[in-house]
Design a protein around this ligand. Structure first.
Ligand SMILES: NC(=O)c1ccc[n+]([C@@H]2O[C@H](COP(=O)([O-])OP(=O)(O)OC[C@H]3O[C@@H](n4cnc5c(N)ncnc54)[C@H](O)[C@@H]3O)[C@@H](O)[C@H]2O)c1
Length: 452
């Protein structure tokens, strides 16, 4: 059974400037009265909105990040992420500050780690940022502090890796410090679901740890859902993203099948979606992007190798999804071929470098792979993305965003729709295109429009 919240026994002393030592209130009381100092380690897409949510809720919040530019931006109340516009700094009334110095940890009651967890080239989890953050925290950890991991990671990270680092020097979890896991579920750019109304999974290494994690998140999230162990929460987060990856792979495979049958996969999906139960529509596209869905399922595959189990569904989904950028390039070749042209020397206008609409994020974006491939085949590439001013494509190639204009569209031999930003949909200049490859089913069908 998940523990009921226990009566809190947390007391610690702080030395004030004047040298007096004062007893401080219980942990929960400090949370309830917003006296507790909250820290967020890693001020990126996941960490900054969380830091802002705590600051808006009335807590003094310290962000810790090694990136001095981000730290400066926070201290100057400058926005660098779509989900944290400048006006939110005003709402936080100066309660959010940032530093590169881990010494700040010593002053905190509760801190959350939101550092990156990428994959290595061989698709094994690269946890060096989590290890570095945990080690830096460990150096400054003081009695009674709560540490929460929020980064998406392989099952076992909290209870094996992070716990091990924080227990160095004889510290004991549940007595000297508290540790939990609360996975990040943020969907950058989502206008409906944010930190407050996305239910939060929480778990603790001990019952006392869980009670504290829950108390912290209940101040900013409407629905906090406790699970029995950190590994359950870690795995639930991975399963959510794997569910998406596998279902998108199914939709992508449907597109490849329908292409051979000469019918529209989107029409098939719309028809299937009229069933009011037991079907959830997913759609084909140019490939997976972002730092979650293409990455996260591999954490499971990697961990399972240790158990001699091959996660076949995940591996198959990966193969299908990874094929989509190549399929798009072949589609462009087919489209150009139909008008007696080759990719070589064709002027191609790529629409969208971000991996999804109305965000800046180009991490793992299939647009990068498709553009690199088209360049390698000799295309004269121009791209338009109002959210991405420049893009590096390796080997010193950097392209600049061109304006979204009728002229650019008219001049292109082929327009390739990859990311349907609102700016494109609001001004449908593609009316003037000679040839279009539409990977998102947003352009009205016509003889010159090729679907994937
Ligand atoms: N971006 C998303 O939409 C999203 C969604 C769900 C989960 N997540 C997960 O959240 C975690 C963070 O992702 P993100 O998108 O916010 O990453 P990010 O790259 O946007 O930000 C991470 C920040 O951590 C900082 N950092 C790195 N090492 C550090 C260290 N040792 N100490 C202090 N700061 C350090 C970096 O400078 C950077 O500012 C990842 O595990 C990711 O998988 C992200």
């Amino acid at each position: 059974m998940i523990a009921d919240r226990k009566a809190d026994r947390y007391t610690r002393s702080v030395s004030e400037d004047r040298g007096a030592t004062v007893a401080v209130a219980s942990f929960e009381e400090r949370i309830a009265t917003r006296q507790a100092r909250v820290g967020i380690v890693g001020l990126g897409y996941a960490g900054l909105p969380l830091a802002m949510a705590f600051a808006e809720a009335g807590f003094p919040v310290t962000g810790i990040d090694l990136n001095a530019e981000r730290v400066q931006a926070v201290n100057d109340s400058r926005s660098y992420l779509v989900d944290v516009p400048e006006e939110r700094y005003a709402a936080a009334e100066g309660r959010l500050s940032a530093t590169c110095d881990y010494a700040a940890v010593g002053e905190l009651d509760a801190l959350t780690i939101c550092v990156p967890t990428p994959l290595s080239k061989t698709r094994s989890p690269d946890v060096k940022y989590v290890v570095a953050a945990a080690e830096s925290i460990s150096e400054h950890l003081s009695s009674g502090q709560l540490v929460m991991l929020q980064s998406t990671t392989y099952p076992g990270t909290t209870e094996e890796l992070v716990l091990d680092i924080l227990q160095r020097g004889g510290r004991q979890v549940g007595r000297d410090f508290f540790l939990g896991y609360a996975p990040e579920r943020v969907d950058p750019g989502n206008r409906v679901y944010d930190v407050h109304n996305t239910p939060k999974l929480v778990a603790g290494v001990t019952d006392e740890c869980l009670a504290r994690v829950r108390a912290v998140y209940e101040t900013i999230v409407d629905d906090v859902v406790a699970v029995r162990r950190p590994m359950v929460a870690e795995m639930a987060k991975l399963h959510e993203n794997t569910f998406r990856a596998v279902n998108i792979a199914l939709a992508n495979e449907l597109a490849l099948i329908c292409d051979r049958l000469g019918i529209s996969a989107w029409e098939v999906i719309d028809a299937a979606a009229t069933k009011p139960f037991a079907f959830m529509p997913h759609h084909p596209g140019p490939g997976l992007g972002g730092d979650c869905i293409p990455v996260v399922p591999h954490f499971i595959s990697w961990r399972m190798r240790e158990y001699g189990y091959s996660a076949r569904m995940i591996d198959t989904a990966h193969e299908i999804n990874a094929q989509m950028p190549v399929h798009v390039v072949h589609r462009v070749a087919d489209a150009l071929n139909s008008v007696g042209r080759a990719i070589n020397r064709a002027r191609i206008l790529v629409l969208g470098m971000a991996y999804k609409p109305d965000v800046h994020d180009t991490r793992e974006s299939p647009s990068l792979i498709i553009t690199q491939d088209l360049l390698a085949r000799g295309a004269d590439i121009r791209y338009c993305d109002p959210w991405v001013p420049t893009v590096g494509l390796g080997q010193g190639t950097v392209l600049e965003n061109v304006g979204w204009t009728e002229e650019e569209v008219r001049e292109a031999d082929c327009v390739v729709m990859l990311t349907p930003h609102r700016a494109f949909l609001d001004q449908p200049h593609w009316r003037h295109a000679r040839l279009i490859v539409d990977t998102r089913n947003v352009i009205p069908v016509g003889d010159h429009v090729w679907s994937i």
